[in-house]
Design a protein around this ligand. Structure first.
Ligand code: ATP
Ligand code: MG
Length: 614
């Protein structure tokens, strides 16, 4: 099998530069008129000078050398210093309510929650789950749990009862903080099968314990608890977080992270998201996913900046309104949201004054070049793609602020991160024989990282074998395929499971999808390999259309021709099928494995994280 694609992303980027010089020049220019010098401005020097020990020294540590605790770095050290009255978090309710929390106020509330846990007999290492929308108690419980040295595990509130109970059971949750309505709808029915779940704390103004047996009143417990709490000695290797993966490729895994991860959260916030004093930061991810915790809670707080938390769901006008009214300066979102904004068009965004925006970043899925360029047109600034996983706990590869953006590339490894493109070798012990690092540029292989960064996962909860299999030949293998160009930019090809093998070529779905969404009628595209007796697999694309376009045979033919002209006959889809929407995980990732299973009439596998398709 030849490891090549006919039209590599790099070549596409080059032709882009020729085809769209205006756009390209604007992108270059936008990085020259900095109002603030980016933290990471000399890449070579920053990498050479970097060490994790130095990064650790940017944090304080618990008083008296008692170790390192995420919540101390996020809240207490700022509360006790000049930032005590600084706005740490502004919460925007669905219906227009606004609540502000200074670092000082957050300290009191998280102390109270830690005392609640202590009062309930919840101790070090016990799992405290939160199942809630983006409401303040979620954030307070997360940080209070970390203060108590218990393990915080967020569950996405839109999950159905089964995935929720499965995750509660896997992690043997001792405490669950949720709302009455979520509890009644999603947990109560299976409570008897959750023997470890000792305490259910319900959030809500109308709570009456008599109505909901086996539960307690969060508000009452908080009111009765003291607002003084001293964090006990915390070993940096103590378990802090349990995060389930998105389940894009298979059964979700519970990635275990330790308190030391805060070193990576903090420094990547600074280097990859370019946090500066007085920034107003908005991470749109839900804390049910790792992004919403590492960057929606921890990193902005450790960096002492203000975070916006919006309870509402995506709505282009609402979002533009928030960016404008809250004067957001750094914005971290996801390709799926961006594609929805593209769908809504550029006219809408132009109605808003977004002049406070300084830095835009995206994560979670490959960011199509078209979306980078659209961002430039719509916001006057490009989106900076970055790459990481639940397992890595923090950003590993980024288009950092001072970097020339090559649309379609996920950037370069951050200081402290050694990334390689590798291929597995067949040693005596099969794949345990090791890996070979691919040195030549533009050759596809598996993206691998040298273990050792602080936010690396320490286990998959209760799955030691699955964890062990991720490490081969001194590398952590990410399961993603990528290439590195001669300048060190990394290009995402696809998940190893999604790559299509056709007529002797390996094709990454991402570049085929990216070409399709360049067409004005296409909103989203998901590409799979469909078994074929001759070619092994052929490329099939599923496409959803922008508003105003009809799924006609003529458009189908046009799209096939459009893709063929750009990708060549081998890589271009042979078939295109229109769908009203593509199946996605609740974190917004296109589930290609589901498209494939449906295409082949096979069982759909684990769909616990599938977004409702109604
Ligand atoms: P599962 O492991 O359960 O299948 P998942 O991999 O989607 O789910 P996450 O840890 O949330 O769970 O997502 C990480 C993955 O998302 C990466 O391995 C990669 O495939 C994809 N990803 C994240 N950021 C990017 C990016 N900037 N470009 C391309 N892919 C990305
Ligand atoms: Mg994964």
């Amino acid at each position: 099998m030849k490891e090549m694609t006919l039209v590599s992303s790099l070549q596409r980027y080059r032709c882009w530069k020729e085809k769209q010089p205006m756009v390209w020049n604007t992108i270059i220019k936008s990085r020259r008129d900095w109002s603030i010098i980016p933290h990471l401005h000399d890449y070579g020097q920053a990498r050479a000078a970097f060490s994790w020990d130095k990064a650790r020294r940017e944090l304080e540590g618990l008083p008296g050398g008692q170790g390192l605790n995420i919540a101390h770095e996020a809240v207490d050290r700022h509360a006790a210093g000049p930032l005590g009255d600084h706005l740490a978090m502004r919460w925007l309710g669905k219906t227009g309510k606004v609540q502000d929390y200074t670092f000082g106020r957050l300290r009191e509330l998280t102390n109270r929650f830690a005392n609640v846990l202590r009062g309930l007999g919840v101790t070090t290492g016990d799992r405290v789950y939160v199942l809630a929308g983006r409401i303040p108690p979620l954030y307070i419980a997360a940080l209070g749990t970390l203060k108590n040295r218990s393990v915080f595990c967020p569950l996405f509130s839109a999950f159905g009862p089964e995935p929720i109970c499965a995750r509660l059971a896997i992690g043997q949750a001792k405490v669950l903080v949720t709302t009455e309505s979520l509890y009644q709808r999603k947990v109560a029915g299976s409570r008897s099968s959750l023997p470890h779940l000792e305490h259910v704390l319900l959030v809500g103004d109308d709570y009456k314990s008599a109505d909901v047996p086996g539960t307690q009143d969060y508000r009452r417990l908080m009111e009765d608890a003291s607002e003084k709490f001293t964090i006990g000695p915390t070993d940096p290797e103590d378990v802090a977080l349990l995060h389930f993966t998105s389940g894009t490729t298979g059964t979700p895994k519970g990635a275990v992270h330790v308190h030391n991860a805060v070193v990576a959260h903090h420094i990547t916030g600074k280097l990859a998201l370019d946090f500066h004093k007085d920034d107003i930061f908005w991470c749109t991810a839900d804390p049910g996913w790792v992004t919403g915790t590492s960057y929606g809670i921890i990193a902005p707080l450790t960096n002492g900046i203000t975070s916006i938390v919006d309870e509402g769901d995506f709505d282009a006008e609402r979002w533009y309104g928030i960016l404008q009214d809250q004067k957001v300066s750094v914005w971290y979102t996801a390709p799926t949201a961006l594609r929805m904004m593209m769908k809504a068009g550029t006219d809408l965004v132009r109605k808003y004054n977004l002049s406070a925006l300084r830095f835009l970043a995206s994560v979670g899925e490959p960011l199509n070049p078209e979306a980078v360029v659209w961002g430039q047109q719509a916001f006057g600034r490009p989106f900076h793609d970055n790459w990481w996983q639940t397992e890595t706990g923090g950003i590993m590869i980024a288009n950092y602020a001072a970097m020339d953006i090559r649309p379609g590339s996920m950037g370069r490894p951050l200081p402290g991160i050694d990334a390689a493109i590798v291929r597995k070798t067949q040693g005596d012990g099969g794949i345990d024989g090791g890996v070979e690092v691919i040195q030549e540029p533009d050759v596809q292989g598996e993206l691998a990282l040298r273990p050792g960064w602080p936010s690396m996962f320490r286990a998959y909860w209760n799955e030691p074998e699955r964890y062990k299999q991720c490490f081969v030949g001194g590398f952590y293998l990410t399961g993603d395929l990528a290439k590195r160009d001669k300048d060190g930019y990394l290009w995402f090809v696809g998940r190893a499971d999604d790559v299509i093998k056709t007529s002797g070529h390996l094709i990454g779905p991402f570049e085929v999808e990216s070409v399709l969404i360049e067409h004005k009628a296409v909103a989203e595209a998901g590409v799979i390999g469909k078994p074929d007796p001759v070619a092994m697999e052929v490329v099939k694309a599923f496409v959803s259309l922008r508003d105003g376009y009809e799924p006609t045979p003529a458009l189908q033919r046009e799209l096939l021709g459009f893709a063929r002209a750009r990708l060549g006959t081998v890589v271009a889809p042979k078939e295109i099928e229109f769908l009203p929407t593509l199946p996605k995980t609740r974190s917004g990732k296109i589930m290609r494995r589901l498209l494939k299973a449906r295409e082949l009439g096979l069982p759909e596998g684990d769909t616990s994280t599938l977004e409702s398709e109604s």
